[in-house]
Write a protein that binds this ligand. Structure first.
Ligand code: DQA
Length: 145
């Protein structure tokens, strides 16, 4: 089983960026934790991060016939990128959306996710655990559980 993990804009700055909201763990450390869990769950993970909408869309398209599911934190694109939403819908793969913070507890503009409706589920507010819970959920979905 192969899973593509995608992180959107500014997540390369995790660990230095708004630490009160996102904590002190950096993206490399998060990816290492995901890789550790993936090994336990017997799936292969590959990672992609970009600050550019088009690159994220290209990565989603490349997932077609290459992976079994997508774990994505679209970051700010969550709230307004119809293009990423359409790309996720187009590839017809199970997708789980994750957020480190509880977006529903924050500014009003973060309360809407335009991408969640084309995802199988969304996990928000658990910090690094959002990724790990999301991976477990995605693997179960792919396994038909
Ligand atoms: C985020 C929440 C978004 O609103 C924000 O733009 C991010 C990170 C999260 O992981 O909590 O960049 O996706």
């Amino acid at each position: 089983m192969k899973i593509q993990v995608i992180n959107g804009p500014n997540l390369n700055l995790l660990g230095v960026r708004e630490k009160d909201i996102y904590g002190t763990v950096n993206l490399g450390e998060i990816e290492a934790e995901i890789a550790r869990l993936a090994e336990q769950l017997k799936c292969q993970v590959r990672f992609f991060q970009s600050n550019h909408e088009g690159e994220i869309i290209d990565c989603i398209h490349a997932c077609r016939s290459q992976v079994d599911g997508i774990l994505i934190n679209p970051a700010a694109f969550t709230h307004y990128s119809y293009a990423i939403r359409d790309a996720l819908a187009a590839v017809e793969l199970p997708v789980v959306e994750v957020h480190m913070s509880n977006i529903y507890q924050r500014e009003l503009f973060r309360h809407q996710s335009v991408t969640a409706p084309v995802c199988r589920g969304q996990i928000a507010g658990f910090g690094v655990d959002s990724y790990l819970l999301g991976l477990r959920g995605l693997v179960n979905i792919i396994n038909g559980l």
